[in-house]
Design a protein around this ligand. Sequence first.
Ligand code: CP
Ligand code: NVA
Length: 308
Amino acid sequence: MNHFLDIHKTDKDQLRAIIDEAKAIKSARNGRPKAMPDDETPLDGRMVALIFEKPSTRTRVSFDVGVRQMGGQTMVLSGSDMQLGHGETIADTARVLSRFVDMIMIRTFDESVLEEMSDYATVPVINGLTDRTHPCQIMADILTFEEHRGPIAGKKVVWCGDGNNVCASFLHAAGQFGFDLTFTGPVQLDPEMEFVGLARNQGSTITIERDPFKAVEGADLVVADTWVSMHDAQSARERRHNMLRPYQVNEALMEAAGKDALFMHCLPAHRGEEVTSEVMDGPQSVIWDEAENRLHAQKAIMRWCIGG
Ligand code: CP
Ligand code: NVA
């Protein structure tokens, strides 16, 4: 069995195999409800716990649907309704859940929760987002980029805005999949330098460029995310908006990127803030494919987790 905790913690050949499997799973679907190659049901008889300590639409629905399409069943649990939210340790929760379920997906705050869960669980654990990373999202993003533009290796991705959890997983992916990444945003919201260093050590060119119009020159993909993440204090909202406003992805910025650049956003988006409706609904945007691809990427991840 394998845990899927982060992109930089997963072997790069296995990451590539997961993406290729996701492509095969998606094409096998061909509009049918059963959606694995040869109608396999690798989660037959298996129960998957989906634990949410933060809100979710895409992660919740895509995992739930994916497990069912693979023949398994799900149990969606809210952290605050569990004893976990009332003082029971994560280690004890992991030990107990492992006696009942065959896989655990958790969305939480501090990544130490995910780490403790995976240290003590005897079933695979999947990271459904922490304050620090969001690996399932970026696996779906790689799948989306490659179905529109072919191999992502050697391409230029531009991250606009906050160097947050989603940006961190993009940096991990840059190193593992061999693409370059330019971050453009205010200095106060730079991505973690540890992750920048990791990608550079793997041979990726990681650039920090404060001018968004310079940053997007020659981009193959422009990416935005919310200016205030779920783990950010609401009291910092106005300050963050003021800092981030120059980094809004709008038609002028996409024009500077060039007509071949794609636009992605993990969603939920705040129209008129980090991105305009013109860009979200425009010809360069692949956000709905990106959202759908959570399903296909995560089915491949789950199969890898159970040793498939
Ligand atoms: N992109 C993403 O993870 O969306 P949700 O918060 O709706 O799960
Ligand atoms: N950066 C966002 C991503 C949401 C999917 C957050 O953590 O709230």
